[in-house]
Design a protein around this ligand. Sequence first.
Ligand SMILES: Nc1ncnc2c1ncn2[C@@H]1O[C@H](COP(=O)(O)OP(=O)(O)O)[C@@H](O)[C@H]1O
Ligand SMILES: [Mg+2]
Length: 594
Amino acid sequence: MVLQETTNQPASSEKIPVVLTGYALQSLRDSGYSLSAALGEVIDNSLEANANNITLHFEESKTKSGKRHIHQIIIIDDGDGMELDVLQHYLQLGYSTRYMRTDTIGKYGVGAKLAALNYGQRIDVWSRTNEQEWHHVWFDLEEALIQEREGETVGIAFPNIESIPDNIFTYAPKGSGTIVVWSKVDRLEEGQQASDAQALKAEVKHELARMFRYFLNEGIRISFDGTDLLPYDPLYLMKGTWADREIFKYYQRLRKGANKENKEHSLPLPEASKDHFSATQIAQGNIKVGGSICTVTVTLYPSEVARQRGMANDNFARKTLRLQDNQGAISFVRLNREINYTNVPRIFPKGVEDRDRFIGIEVAFKPELDSYFGVRNVKRGVEPHDELRTEIRTFLNSYIEEARNSLNNIWGEVARKSNKGNGENLLVLQAVKEANITLPKSRVKTKISNQEKSQIFVDLARDVVGEDKKKQEEYQETIKDLPFVVEFVDIRGNLLIDTQHIDGKVIITFNTRHRFYREMWEPLRRIADAMPGSISGDEATKAARRSIEALTLLIIAYGKAESMDDNPREHFSELRSDWGKFTESLMGKVKDVI
Ligand SMILES: Nc1ncnc2c1ncn2[C@@H]1O[C@H](COP(=O)(O)OP(=O)(O)O)[C@@H](O)[C@H]1O
Ligand SMILES: [Mg+2]
């Protein structure tokens, strides 16, 4: 169809219609609705008609070229339904029973039609306000274009009584309600929008679950493809969400030991019965603008989601919870309905960071502020304007930093907890195990009995984890395959380290009573575990200076100890050279594991 045809119409002195219905609608098909945004328009209408149950259904088939595609989309609600005149006007562009109101979701009178035409060329609507007959109206863009070319006026017929199609019958409400069918869908072939129908549906479900989370949370049912949507709350505050379910499943798997990924081993497990994982609310505040207010909420995701440093990108974070989508994203909610979930440029202090994917941000406002948020007829692309944006940025500034700091706290805490009773340096020891494979083998011949050997391990376990028998066993299991074990234990006396060699394994105990530990190791450890920003520069400098002193004194004390021997150059040269060599080699292989 070429638009030029229309210019061939004879010139006339008569008035002409402002809009060429068919052609204009054809152009308006590209209004930029994503599929979920388009479906959202229809769901909005259902909600405003007081529906409690909304059902979505996609009909799939193959195109002539053999590609799978979705050719029909059906949306059913059990709302109030439409009286005959409203039903006829449903299809009229610009018609709304709530035109430009500020207390309703819809207000432009174009959503239902443009969204439909964005994906299909035909709209059918059945509606009724009681359990009597269904009334039907339809609009077909293909037919409209033909009529228009033949010089006819395109119009919408008065609703006729017509029963609903068979494939819809089972889903139809018993009483009042509305059924919207988009057909001649020509923009949802596989490969368009998503790789296949399955992926497309998953995406749509996820989006709708977030967009309508407040309604779903209050008990409105939206069912898609036979399953009811669970709300998805990017703030992680609601209960019974889709994330709650996934987190629960994740820890159940971990509990059963199904996941052997190294880091997941040492994760603290929540109580088995825990099924709600709530974020911490960092801040909630109102921003006054244009005689109204918008409410900004900042949350930090639960520790069960934040887990450990460095896990923001594993399967659970990325594929299951899709946390990368949340990195720097703000959810804009208008009258309880999310109209945009997006990154607003330059609104995060010092730019967006990886760890920001654990921070939830929502900005909620009423339609009175539509112009400040740049709300358009297509519910996307919302962005707060100049003054408002500055205010939101100022608000977020300190709270995002606070959330980032709390996150580091959680991570520091988890690191400390998982270290206790597991050998303080487990991460290093595991890395050394790898590195040790290529080092020369131990030449020690262990001369003690098996019973003595196992006693050494029992004693070590008691020193490290205390009297709890079960913990002792767990500890022994952890160190079983490690070639080197380093433990920090309370040894009386001046010994700095003690070593034991058992069947090629080296057990080193480091005396926590020793000054070297107390005045150097411990302060450094505290700084390493603390959240950045919480340690003063003074404190850090002091610790660094004391460390240099301590290391220098350690070397001097070593020289002094050698001098107690009558021929140290001969007796210790091999030890010195091996020590230097292995330190060099291990430091090359083990790096940044803590
Ligand atoms: N599911 C529905 N149930 C009852 N009435 C509806 C439904 N969908 C649409 N309507 C009516 O059709 C009108 C046009 O819908 P729409 O084009 O989405 O405009 P808007 O939502 O902006 O008013 C609505 O104002 C409403 O009166
Ligand atoms: Mg609407």
